[in-house]
Ligand binder design. Structure first.
Ligand code: KIV
Length: 297
């Protein structure tokens, strides 16, 4: 195994001009595969509200759920840095609550860093979490937890004022102590300028090719949902098709009685089935048996 990825590895990757690979994961099995495939960062994204739980936004996701999924991802990961999303309302109410909740993601969820959405208005929260020795990844541009404020999932920073505000926020987040920054749904020229201006790595999603790294939701890049194909997603597989094909073949063989066959069945010496004694016949404290038991003949 190559060395474990840390926040310092990511900084070195930016300095050497090597791109950072990041992808979401929500369970141990996917985490193991994506880690072995070479992810630098696994993000336990609150996108799980949509792709795992079936909600139409990330807003219903709770801290308990983030902790639960984080522990699973961490158990499946050997090399990648695991980052846990702070869900809606886990860091907006007060600095104190934010630090406590970030601490739960690290202490109980076992992640190596947390991510939260928002600009300069969260600088005090980011400083306080960083002061508690918890690395913070920022998230600017299209921030899904602000879906109602944005009026939908729409590209941000398209005019000069909006772009300047995002650049200023990015600078404020770096000053507040963020070790890295996700730029989501912004024009590539804005992402280029922010990436040049900051010494911390930027990770893009729908932000073009100039960021220091790239993140995608694993279900999107693997083609799990044929109905979801936004402009910024590239499908590298058609798992929806592969799973449908595999499951249909399984169902057909079960219906035809061709699975399970000899090859997938256990064998034993001939056995004689003997009726078990009634529970009342059992001596007190003796082991209870099922309705039948097998006795080798
Ligand atoms: O929740 C998530 O998956 C994310 C990525 C899209 C960056 O925040």
């Amino acid at each position: 195994m190559k060395d474990k990825v840390t926040i310092h590895t990511l900084k070195r990757l930016k300095q050497s001009g090597q791109k950072i690979t990041m992808v979401t994961a929500y369970d141990a099995t996917f985490a193991r595969v994506l880690d072995e495939a070479g992810a630098d960062v696994l993000l336990v994204g609150d996108s799980l509200g949509m792709v795992v739980q079936g909600h139409d936004s990330t807003l219903p996701v709770t801290l308990e759920q983030m902790v639960y999924h984080s522990t699973a991802v961490v158990r499946g990961t050997k090399r990648a840095l695991v980052v846990g999303d702070m869900p809606f309302m886990s860091y907006q109410v007060s600095v104190e609550e934010a630090v406590r909740n970030a601490g739960r993601l690290v202490a109980e969820g076992r992640v190596g860093a947390v991510k939260l959405e928002g600009g300069a208005e969260f600088a005090d929260v980011i400083s306080a979490i960083s002061r508690a020795s918890i690395p913070v990844m920022g998230h600017l541009g299209l921030t899904p937890q602000s879906v109602h404020k944005m009026g939908g999932y729409v590209v941000q920073g398209r005019d000069e004022d909006a772009a300047r505000k995002i650049l200023e926020d990015a600078i404020a987040l770096e000053r507040a102590g963020c070790f890295s920054l996700v730029l989501e749904g912004v024009p590539l020229e804005l992402a280029r300028q922010i990436t040049q201006r900051l010494s911390i790595p930027t990770i893009g999603i729908g932000a073009g090719k100039y960021c220091d790294g790239q993140v995608l939701v694993c279900y999107d890049l693997l083609g799990m949902n044929p109905d979801f194909k936004p402009k910024f997603v590239k499908r590298y597989a058609n798992l929806h098709g592969s799973i449908t094909e595999a499951a249909s073949a399984y169902f057909a063989e079960v219906r035809a009685g061709t699975f399970p066959d000899e090859e997938h069945s256990f064998k034993s010496k001939p056995i004689r089935l003997v009726a078990a004694p009634e529970p009342t016949d059992l001596a007190e404290g003796s082991e209870k048996l099922g309705p039948v038991y097998g006795a080798p003949v």
